[in-house]
Design a protein around this ligand. Structure first.
Ligand SMILES: [Cu+2]
Length: 571
């Protein structure tokens, strides 16, 4: 046995499971499939779909909105300062229907932050929502104290202080005089605390006590150095146990990092660069967003009703917060910056002309920035939290033509996403260089000081259904993975059903999928890898940037809330 295998075993995986890495057959042989076996046989289903109770508009009637770019409140001292107030608003998402939302700054998606590489952005978030929040910049190379660890809560004014052991930020005392308000919950076998996870009246929102949590009341300042490759990141809520319903209610926005090198490439820009935030939602008869929370107030009891344990899907597709929108375009190249901000829905996108012809989706970038060279797709799968940077060329299409972006994994109305209406012929000076970036890390297997194995699969948690990593549900107080700053590691991931696996802090490259070379859309630097049912993948990364406590987790948001996270400590 090699040293690497010994190290992997010491991380808690049995030899038997190591042998199981490599595909669904191995997984089955290891007896790893539980009640999710039925799901694995239906690979397209990543959750159960809610049915809207209001009339839905026809597709491609509502114009595509673009999230507003946020203006800084100050730009001195080499950094840009912003303020965002998290607050509830009522918006008209479906024509004539009023929908309460939780928002960053009053809109869904929230305002876009435009950042320059290497120039820090400091955002003061103010929580005027009725529950605690946490802001995480997905894909950000962020110091740990600004990374939005799930227990680093920003408490609303008047919210009881968290459990003993957690700290509040200096100068931001979390409601002195309310000691000992329990957030500790549901540790099986913990005497005197039976079943407190769902206990009304203990509004901590925490599954477990976390002595390292640093909470604030009302506001918190997050610092994002933007010392990373240019790409489109997104910020969203990451509150312990309640990420999925909070993001569903609207807590998501874009954060774009740019630099001169990328802007000198001649890619489509300005009006011809469109961010596209794709989500699915469902609407109740009163216009509210449906969501099957066990606690509709999202105060104390986490989780969703039984039919939705695998994920929550909606029957309305929103792009930038509008239902099946349409955008007028020139007959020219457009850069589409795609984000799947859905909780659980996967898409496989195609650009379909009225005559049945498909336009090429020319991928120029991945989660973590530009590819070395373009990759042309006819279909592009996109899992929750993934981003793809693609160029579509509408040249040659006569004015009036409609190009529909469709979802090949959808059924009925969820097959449509958005459409482009070619409005006019136009001059196009843009180009797609054959060489896009020369700075992609080329970590090799032999650089790795360690190989680790992680199984992502269903299991039992708190006496009910959970989603587990390495057989265990998330515990903020437990040490899971400790890596040395600067170390290169190979991680072997295996899934029972679909799990989009996301690492905080670092980008990684995909070395293999199911024991074979990566797929064309696995190119470039990623921060989320979409594991398919029964599939394994190997990723390689170098843990650099900052020391501190981070996370890795499944980005099916319902899985994440049901235990599928683990600690990643960089020392
Ligand atoms: Cu998952």
């Amino acid at each position: 046995m090699t040293d690497r295998h010994r190290l992997a075993e010491s991380d808690g995986l049995s030899r038997r499971r190591l042998l199981g890495i490599g595909g669904a057959l191995g997984l089955l042989a290891a007896g790893a499939l539980t009640s999710s076996a039925a799901l694995a046989r239906r690979p397209a289903a990543t959750g159960a779909e809610l049915r809207s109770e209001v009339p839905l508009p026809p597709a491609h009637q509502v114009p595509l909105p673009l999230p507003a770019v946020l203006s800084p409140v100050a730009t001195s001292g080499g950094a840009d300062r912003y303020e965002i107030t998290q607050r509830q608003v009522t918006a008209e998402i479906l024509p004539g229907v009023r929908t309460p939302l939780w928002t960053y700054g009053g809109t869904f998606p929230g305002p876009t932050i435009e950042a320059r590489r290497g120039r820090p952005v400091i955002v003061t978030h103010r929580n005027e929502l009725p529950v605690p929040t946490v802001v995480h910049l997905h894909g950000g190379r962020t110091p740990a104290d600004s990374d939005g660890y799930p227990t680093d809560l920003v408490l609303p004014t008047g919210w009881p202080a968290p459990a003993t052991g957690s700290q509040s930020m200096p100068g931001m005392a979390a409601m002195p005089g309310m000691p000992g308000t329990a957030t500790m919950s549901a540790m099986p076998g913990m005497p005197g605390m039976p079943g407190m996870a769902g206990m009304p009246g203990t509004p901590g929102g925490g599954r477990m006590d976390d002595p390292r949590a640093v909470t604030t009341t009302l506001t918190r300042e997050y610092t994002f150095p933007n010392d990373q490759r240019p790409t489109m990141l997104w910020y969203h809520d990451h509150r312990m146990d309640f990420t999925a319903p909070a993001v569903w209610r609207g807590l998501a926005g874009l954060h774009v990092v740019r630099d001169d090198a990328e802007q000198s490439l001649g890619l489509p820009a300005g009006e011809r660069e469109l961010p596209l935030v794709i989500t699915d939602r469902a609407f109740a008869a009163d216009g509210t967003l449906q969501y099957p929370s066990l606690d509709p107030e999202l105060r104390s009891r986490p989780g969703v009703t039984e039919p939705h344990l695998a994920g929550v899907l909606g029957d309305v597709i929103l792009v930038n917060g509008a239902p099946w929108p349409v955008r007028e375009v020139d007959a020219a190249r457009y850069r589409l910056r795609l984000l799947n901000a859905s909780n659980a829905r996967h898409y496989e996108l195609e650009a379909l002309c009225e005559d049945g012809r498909r336009l090429d989706l020319v991928q120029i970038g991945a989660d973590q920035g530009l590819l070395a060279a373009p990759v042309t797709h006819r279909f592009l799968p996109i899992a929750p939290a993934e981003r793809y940077d693609v160029v579509v060329d509408f040249a040659g299409l006569p004015p009036g033509s409609l190009v529909r972006i469709r979802n090949r994994l959808g059924t009925a109305r969820t097959r449509d996403v958005l459409a482009f209406r070619v409005a006019r012929t136009a001059r196009d000076d843009s180009r797609i260089p054959a060489a896009l970036a020369a700075d992609l890390p080329d970590w090799r297997r032999q650089d790795a000081v360690r190989v680790r194995d992680f199984a992502f699969r269903a299991g039992r948690m708190d006496g009910g259904h959970g989603w587990l990593i390495g057989g265990r549900p998330f515990d903020p107080a437990r040490s899971d993975v400790t890596v040395g700053l600067g170390d290169v590691e190979v991680w072997r991931l295996i899934a029972d059903v679909h799990h989009p696996v996301h690492l905080h802090l670092v980008g990684f490259r995909i070395l293999s999928r199911g024991g074979k070379p990566p797929l064309p859309h696995d190119a470039g630097l990623k921060d989320t890898v979409s594991l398919r049912p029964g599939e394994s993948a190997e990723i390689i990364t170098r843990f650099d940037g900052y020391r501190g406590r981070y996370l890795f987790h499944c980005h099916n948001a319902e899985h994440e809330d049901m235990g599928m996270m683990a600690n990643l400590e960089v020392i």
